[in-house]
Design a protein around this ligand. Structure first.
Ligand SMILES: *[C@@H]1O[C@H](CO)[C@@H](O)[C@H](O)[C@H]1NC(C)=O
Ligand SMILES: *[C@@H]1O[C@H](CO)[C@@H](O)[C@H](O)[C@H]1NC(C)=O
Ligand SMILES: *[C@@H]1O[C@H](CO)[C@@H](O)[C@H](O)[C@H]1NC(C)=O
Ligand SMILES: *[C@@H]1O[C@H](CO)[C@@H](O)[C@H](O)[C@H]1NC(C)=O
Ligand SMILES: *[C@@H]1O[C@H](CO)[C@@H](O)[C@H](O)[C@H]1NC(C)=O
Ligand SMILES: *[C@@H]1O[C@H](CO)[C@@H](O)[C@H](O)[C@H]1NC(C)=O
Ligand SMILES: *[C@@H]1O[C@H](CO)[C@@H](O)[C@H](O)[C@H]1NC(C)=O
Ligand SMILES: *[C@@H]1O[C@H](CO)[C@@H](O)[C@H](O)[C@H]1NC(C)=O
Ligand SMILES: *[C@@H]1O[C@H](CO)[C@@H](O)[C@H](O)[C@H]1NC(C)=O
Ligand SMILES: *[C@@H]1O[C@H](CO)[C@@H](O)[C@H](O)[C@H]1NC(C)=O
Ligand SMILES: *[C@@H]1O[C@H](CO)[C@@H](O)[C@H](O)[C@H]1NC(C)=O
Ligand SMILES: *[C@@H]1O[C@H](CO)[C@@H](O)[C@H](O)[C@H]1NC(C)=O
Length: 843
């Protein structure tokens, strides 16, 4: 990702040198100017590159057209002035016709240009088919992403996936077919990292199509330790890499003839693997007794060579296996051999990093069948773009797939278009879903006959066609054992050839039921309490545990990403340290890029299933707030599900109360922490409350006992006030420093215990004794009453969250004024503050 480079391309740099040899064949090129209205001069020849751009309208069915802000227009050129943006749906995909098994250079360009006038730079994910390519963080300038990919089918899905609040957009898409006997990797695909030719021009120049037949964009590069050599003669560039001739006409040698030619960079990611392709041509006249010979050395180790460039003729050397950089610092050196009479020379080089695309695409015939079916019916296109099965998080609810492992193409096993307003006949393309087990087309307006082919689909176990207007007679083949067939509610349909009467009951052939036992969903609602350190003199004297590096916002918010299972093993050091256990599975301590993380792994035997996992990822990817734990990433690989969170060093509430206890009584003079924040974690069971009863498959009551709204327990109805209840319990816990459910006392639940004490008007006994009555009793009363009203069994009697905040603020004002009047206790006035933005903000 070299945004400055794109900027160079976008801004008309009058000094930029663009070498156009002659209009070359653009056969197989796909050059899309995204957002260009199809009727607006499409296709057109872009003036500097002579590339033939056309509108993207024919390749995508969704999105809206935007134009960069007029202030930015003067600096940009086509095709980067228009864009397509995607306010609707999570995943929007381009569908391009490509040649299966052919290698392509794929380039995607993104220019925000404040098109929406909001000046909020978007971030989102970019997928190729089912695999994450990269996350795009758009900044003021443009961003360009390039990789070499070999599509595994004749259609390529390039998808923009919304990951937060901002709207994905794209300005241009370019595909260039390459030779497929070059750039061969051991595994994975190559992502462009550097394309450079060594020219000392003061203004940065670039070379691309048509000098480069593959339209790589080579940027000029030079170091002050180098000397330029060049030629005006033609350099033979013919090999399978075909670097442009005008790049080969320049080369660098070290100014100090005995020193190596050195190129250094730092690896953005410690585990990045690199492939190097270096291009050489001798540009000087060497005498018969002279020789230029050198080796390529990578971080001190021999990489390639010895190399002897040929006069005006290309030599390309490349690494056959990927290289990494120890400690994140990469040093490439060209070191002359002892017998060499000349210093090393380099004309041009290419560096790539490796990306793995572990997930295979859904079976090609399943994909084409599904596209065909979706096109037959008036279904919302938005939910049916991209790979139908993977990633599972983006799969349409109407589908279920068998995903044996990542290297096997997923197969569609369930198609459920129940209650989708389908009209017309039953789509013939369904027969091409050859591994379909369940077909539910119930409650639609389908007409015509029940097709014969349904009976011939041996994989089918369940067919529900009830509640349609099907007619004719039921094919005999459908009445086989092992098939559960429902056709009730089709008044015109006869179940036998003799066509006696419409069936009153569904035809039901029992099969061996494999009903998964009802999942008992249990999860922990863990509240983490973070004590924000105050810069008070007292605290500085305390020997507090060293704090981990401050969780960098960029990392926490932007890098929620997918990890492969091997990375999960690595980050947890093979699941070495257990932090805890929840309904979901074990939670392990781990490390990502030097930051501590908590890794929650779904155990194979977990009763909390995929739905909760998905719910949690969905929620955490969308919602961000300082008081919510950040999701760093997730792993979804076959059976391995894991969530990786920001690690909260401060433990959970219980530990914290004992931490507070230490501060209250364990140190002298005693001190009170007046500024703490709670973080909420574990959202597997957070549900979007739309006021309704939840769907039937999620009636199991979930949540940690004691914190759970009793009304939800009884009715299964979930609403905002359920959270108020939980909050009230936490508040009570903090005020009393007592467990929510006590094993010893007879009033076992904290509300009962407080209630019984309150009846006696005994506030001193209720409030945490460690505070030694050092509080404003008015404020304490109000806080206690507030907590109790939150925990009222009847939701209608609970206050709203904003009332809660208002009331708490007033308590704080009371307490603060007391602190100021009573400064003897603490050496420095500390104020209690409450973050006013308590509700989670979508980010
Ligand atoms: C540009 O490409 C389109 C097809 O995409 C073709 O019809 C048109 O002739 C091309 N224009 C030029 C000038 O090559
Ligand atoms: C190589 O590319 C050609 C098209 O130029 C394609 O037909 C062929 O299948 C590719 N071969 C391999 C092994 O990928
Ligand atoms: C290389 O640099 C020289 C200046 O040293 C400049 O005149 C020339 O145009 C550059 N050539 C290319 C292809 O960038
Ligand atoms: C570029 O290299 C040429 C040849 O070595 C030299 O004459 C020229 O001064 C250099 N230009 C810059 C800007 O370094
Ligand atoms: C360029 O090199 C290739 C392979 O080395 C050779 O076949 C070709 O004849 C050369 N072309 C010229 C113009 O020398
Ligand atoms: C030139 O490079 C050699 C080997 O790296 C070094 O020993 C020498 O000091 C350098 N000379 C100058 C003038 O920098
Ligand atoms: C090159 O010279 C160095 C130092 O003079 C010596 O250590 C090394 O063995 C020589 N290498 C070869 C291949 O002769
Ligand atoms: C994936 O599953 C297939 C069929 O079960 C098996 O042959 C293959 O070895 C598996 N691959 C991996 C990587 O587990
Ligand atoms: C299809 O989906 C509906 C709800 O959308 C559900 O009630 C029904 O059970 C599903 N059918 C099958 C076969 O799973
Ligand atoms: C089923 O797939 C075959 C092969 O891909 C195709 O020729 C046929 O048209 C498809 N049938 C339907 C009804 O889509
Ligand atoms: C078929 O669908 C209807 C309507 O959605 C539903 O009432 C019925 O229970 C389903 N039949 C079976 C066997 O699932
Ligand atoms: C079934 O209904 C269609 C129209 O929906 C009609 O054209 C057809 O004749 C009917 N077939 C029978 C056997 O009733």
């Amino acid at each position: 990702m070299e945004s400055y480079l794109v900027h160079l391309l976008v801004v008309i740099a009058t000094s930029a040198i663009i070498h156009i040899v002659q209009a070359q064949d653009q056969q197989g090129f796909i050059s899309l100017d995204c957002g260009l209205p199809a009727n607006e001069l499409s296709p057109y020849i872009e003036t500097t590159t002579r590339l033939n751009f056309s509108s993207d309208a024919a390749f995508i069915q969704t999105g809206k057209i935007g134009r960069i802000h007029s202030n930015a227009v003067s600096k940009s050129q086509r095709p980067y002035t228009t864009m397509r943006y995607f306010p609707d749906g999570i995943r929007n995909c381009y569908n391009l016709n490509v040649q299966k098994g052919r290698k392509y250079l794929i380039r995607a360009i993104f220019t925000y240009g404040n098109y929406d006038g909001r000046n909020i730079e978007p971030e989102f994910d970019l997928y190729l088919g089912p695999n994450l390519w990269t996350t795009i963080y758009l900044e003021a300038q443009s961003t360009r992403e390039e990789m070499l990919h070999m599509p595994t089918s004749n259609s390529l899905q390039i998808c923009l996936v919304k990951t937060g609040e901002t709207t994905p957009l794209i300005s241009a898409l370019e595909l260039r077919p390459m030779g497929n006997d070059s750039y061969i990797t051991k595994s994975g695909y190559l992502v462009q990292y550097r394309w450079r030719y060594l020219n000392n021009s003061t203004t940065q120049s670039y070379i691309r199509y048509s000098s480069d037949i593959y339209d790589r964009i080579w940027l000029s590069y030079f170091q002050k330790e180098w000397t330029q050599i060049s030629t005006t003669f033609d350099v033979n560039n013919s090999n399978e890499y075909a670097p442009p001739k005008d790049a080969l006409q320049y080369a660098a040698t070290p100014a100090n003839a005995s020193a190596p030619l050195t190129i250094e960079w730092s690896s953005e990611n410690l585990h990045d693997q690199y492939y190097l392709y270096a291009h050489f041509a001798e540009l000087q006249d060497l005498q018969a007794n002279e020789i230029r010979e050198f080796n390529l050395v990578w971080n001190g180790q021999h990489l390639l060579g010895p190399v002897t460039p040929r006069k005006l003729d290309l030599v390309t050397v490349f690494s056959r296996s990927p290289r990494t950089c120890d400690g994140g610092k990469c040093i490439l050196q060209l070191i002359r051999t002892n017998r060499s009479t000349h210093p090393p020379l380099l004309n041009a080089y290419e560096l790539y990093t490796v990306i793995q695309f572990p997930q295979s695409e859904t079976d090609e015939s399943d994909v084409s069948a599904i596209r065909n079916i979706v096109a037959t019916y008036p279904l919302s296109r938005i939910n049916w773009q991209g790979d139908p099965c993977v990633p599972q998080l983006l799969r349409s609810d109407a589908l279920n797939c068998r995903n044996t492992n990542m290297s096997m193409p997923p197969r569609i096993t369930t198609l459920n278009l129940s209650s989708n307003g389908l009209t017309g006949i039953i789509a013939a393309a369904i027969q091409n879903l050859t591994q379909l087990e369940k077909l539910d087309l119930s409650n639609n307006k389908l007409t015509g006959p029940v097709p014969e082919f349904l009976g011939n689909m041996k994989s089918l176990l369940v067919i529900n066609l009830s509640g349609n207007n099907l007619n004719g007679s039921l094919p005999q083949a459908l009445q086989r054992t092992g098939l559960e067939l429902s056709v009730e509610g089709n008044p015109e349909l006869c179940i036998s050839d003799s066509c006696r009467k419409p069936p009153k009951k569904k035809v039901f052939v029992p099969i061996v039921a494999s009903v998964g036992s009802a999942a008992i969903v249990i999860a922990m609602l863990v509240l983490f309490l973070v004590i924000k350190k105050k810069k008070s003199t007292i605290q500085q004297n305390l020997t507090m545990p060293p704090s981990t590096p401050k969780w960098n916002d960029t990392f926490a918010n932007k890098n929620s990403r997918r990890f492969v299972y091997s990375e999960v093993i690595k980050m947890t050091n093979n699941f070495q340290r257990v932090l805890g256990q929840g309904g979901f599975g074990m939670v392990y301590q781990g490390n990502v890029n030097g930051y501590e993380v908590a890794v929650k792994v779904l155990s194979q035997s977990s009763t909390q299933g995929y739905k909760e996992f998905k719910a949690e990822v969905d929620l955490l990817l969308r919602v961000h707030h300082t008081n919510l734990v950040s999701l760093v990433g997730y792993c979804y690989e076959g059976d391995h599900l894991a969530l990786i969170y920001e690690f909260l060093t401060n433990g959970d509430l219980k530990q914290h109360l004992s931490g507070l206890e230490y501060l209250h009584i364990g140190c002298s003079p005693p001190m009170v922490h007046r500024d703490f924040k709670a973080k909420l974690a574990d959202f597997g069971l957070s549900r979007s409350f739309q006021g309704g009863v939840e769907s039937q498959d999620s009636t199991a009551i979930a949540g940690t006992p004691g914190y759970l709204d009793p009304e939800y327990n009884q009715s299964g109805r979930l609403h905002e006030k359920s959270d108020v209840f939980s909050f009230g319990i936490v508040l009570l816990e903090m005020i009393t420093n007592r467990p929510v459910i006590s094993q010893t006392s007879e009033n076992s639940h904290i509300t009962e215990w407080v209630g019984s004490k309150l009846k006696r008007g005994d506030i001193v006994e209720i409030i945490d004794p460690n505070l030694r009555e050092d509080y404003d009793s008015n404020s304490a009363w109000r806080a206690l009453e507030l907590a109790m009203s939150c925990a009222n069994p009847s939701s209608s009697k609970r206050p709203s969250m904003s009332q809660v905040i208002h009331e708490l603020k007033e308590c704080i004002v009371l307490e603060n004024s007391r602190v100021y009047n009573n400064q003897g206790l603490v050496s420095q006035a500390m104020s209690i503050s409450l973050d006013s933005s308590v509700g989670p903000m979508a980010r």
